[in-house]
Design a protein around this ligand. Structure first.
Ligand code: AMP
Ligand code: ZN
Length: 108
């Protein structure tokens, strides 16, 4: 998707503060953090939102949660929130699937 900001980031056309990356998923810092630690778990495949996911995306969706767990562990987080905003009515502003990882409110 040419005009998708997260496609630009995951393809390297636009810079971001990247924390982790593998073949299918990139993790980078949210540019406007809502928590002391606010990361976005973003698949490299363009899917607009949870609403647009299909059965074939089951492994990718599971992989996003497992990635969030691994990154949270590497950041020393013992507890955190994982949030999907879904559609405009659900607060989604960027139309490329992403999972918010929020944490860091308490001392480690
Ligand atoms: P959502 O409301 O679920 O669509 O969240 C989109 C998130 O993407 C927001 O928390 C934004 O702050 C974040 N965001 C938007 N543009 C960028 C960017 N270029 N780099 C990092 N995070 C971004
Ligand atoms: Zn995209």
């Amino acid at each position: 998707m040419d005009d998708c900001i997260f496609c630009k980031i995951t393809s390297g056309q636009q810079s971001a503060d990247v924390i982790d990356e593998d073949e299918k998923i990139m993790v980078f810092k949210d540019i406007k953090p809502s928590a002391p630690v606010h990361l976005l778990i973003v698949p490299k495949k363009h899917i607009a939102s949870v609403i647009e996911t299909k059965d074939e995306d089951e492994e990718l969706l599971g992989g996003m949660i497992l990635k969030a767990k691994d990154v949270a562990d590497s950041q020393g987080l013992k507890g955190y929130k994982l949030v999907f905003n879904v559609g405009r009515e659900g607060g989604q502003l960027v139309d490329h699937l992403h999972l918010h990882l929020l944490g860091g409110w308490t001392d480690k």
